[in-house]
Design a protein around this ligand. Structure first.
Ligand code: ASP
Length: 343
């Protein structure tokens, strides 16, 4: 019996990858996805049935917002049963935020959702976009014994596949633009694509559940020596504030000054959630390891372990949007939902 070709849906949201050089004007313009195989003839050699859909108004990913994440999640939900895998073309600037958001919004995901993009437009000679796109499609189509190898939201960039909610963009010049310092890569593309099986999430058994309610009543308090009481108070007393990510030093440490602890305590008493995320790119928050974090623990600040800033923000949006009780939200923040933190 002839094996069915895997079906992959390519979703173009915008970003550098989708630009080509217009030979008439010499400037960059959005790619016409109908002529995809004309631009990338290699795609014809693939044993994949490829379909594509493009956002009506492709964006630079710096304009990304929760409403578009909802649109994206709903699009994947709508086509979920008709495709074996999804590739999302996205600008690299906020790709880690989108990958993290989607990981929370798509509960029980059992198919690959691979985000990719490029540092140079697909129409330029030295583009990194072609390899990124071709391999992302190959990964989205990859199956073993009729089942997808990858069943989570990932970023594929410059020969490496990462768990999306563990990444951040760390380089705006090199092709190798992403890092995942607290979790190993899931695959590496060389002559063959080598999958790091023990690191790949197990497929969920339940039905896909879409979460499309996000709440962005969140602030960020990036600590630095000399941070002012006046500004800290203004942030913590913002109207409508529901949660604050405090970006702390080292293993989750902050100043022990009374005014700082008192401000946080007052906020927590009002029901505001304080989430402790480290400024370090590697390692984790361990509240209580130093005296400078034990007070935070005592007053009810939630430690974020080794979560990235990108994941922390989108996890909060997702949990606040779920309208669960504050105690439940706090429990979920400290624990692991989609492989975003180690505990
Ligand atoms: N500014 C662009 C974006 O994020 C950069 C890129 O595409 O990589 O949309």
């Amino acid at each position: 019996m002839k094996q069915k070709r895997p079906k992959v849906l390519l979703i173009y949201t915008g970003g550098t990858i989708g630009m080509i050089n217009d030979p008439n004007t010499g400037s960059l313009k959005p790619f016409d996805f109908k002529s995809l195989s004309l631009q990338i003839p290699e795609l014809k050699n693939f044993n994949v049935e490829l379909s594509s859909v493009s956002f009506k108004n492709p964006i630079d990913s710096s304009d990304m917002k929760p409403e578009i994440w909802v649109e994206l999640a709903e699009l994947i939900g709508l086509h979920y049963n008709s495709f074996d895998g999804f590739v999302v073309l996205h600008g690299s600037d906020t790709m880690s935020f989108t990958a993290s958001a989607l990981s929370f919004m798509l509960e029980n995901l059992a198919k690959p959702v691979i985000l990719t993009g490029s540092q140079l437009p697909i129409g330029t000679i030295r583009t990194d976009g072609k390899e990124n796109l071709i391999t992302a499609i190959e990964i989205a189509a990859a199956q073993e014994k009729g089942k997808p190898i990858i069943t989570e939201v990932c970023i594929y960039f410059e020969y490496k596949l990462y768990r999306g909610n563990r990444t951040f963009k760390y380089n705006s010049e090199h092709f190798d633009a992403f890092k995942s310092p607290n979790y190993p890569h899931l695959a590496e593309a060389g002559v063959e694509i080598m999958y790091n099986k023990p690191a790949i999430a197990k497929a969920s058994k339940g039905k896909l559940k879409l979460h499309t309610s996000l709440n962005n009543d969140i602030a960020v308090l990036h600590l630095f020596p000399g941070i002012s009481k006046k500004i800290t108070t203004t942030i913590l007393q913002s109207k409508g504030l529901k949660a604050v990510v405090i970006l702390t030093f080292g293993a989750g440490n902050a100043t022990t000054k009374d005014w700082f602890i008192d401000e946080l305590k007052t906020a927590i008493k009002k029901g505001i959630i304080i989430y402790n995320v480290t400024q370090c790119q590697q390692g984790r928050v361990v509240q209580g390891m130093y005296q400078t974090s034990s007070k935070l623990k005592q007053i009810g600040v939630i430690g974020g372990s080794d979560i990235t800033f990108e994941s922390a923000i989108t996890k909060l949006m997702f949990l606040l949007g779920s309208k669960s009780a504050t105690t439940q939200i706090k429990k979920a923040l400290a624990g692991n939902l989609r492989g975003e933190l180690s505990n």
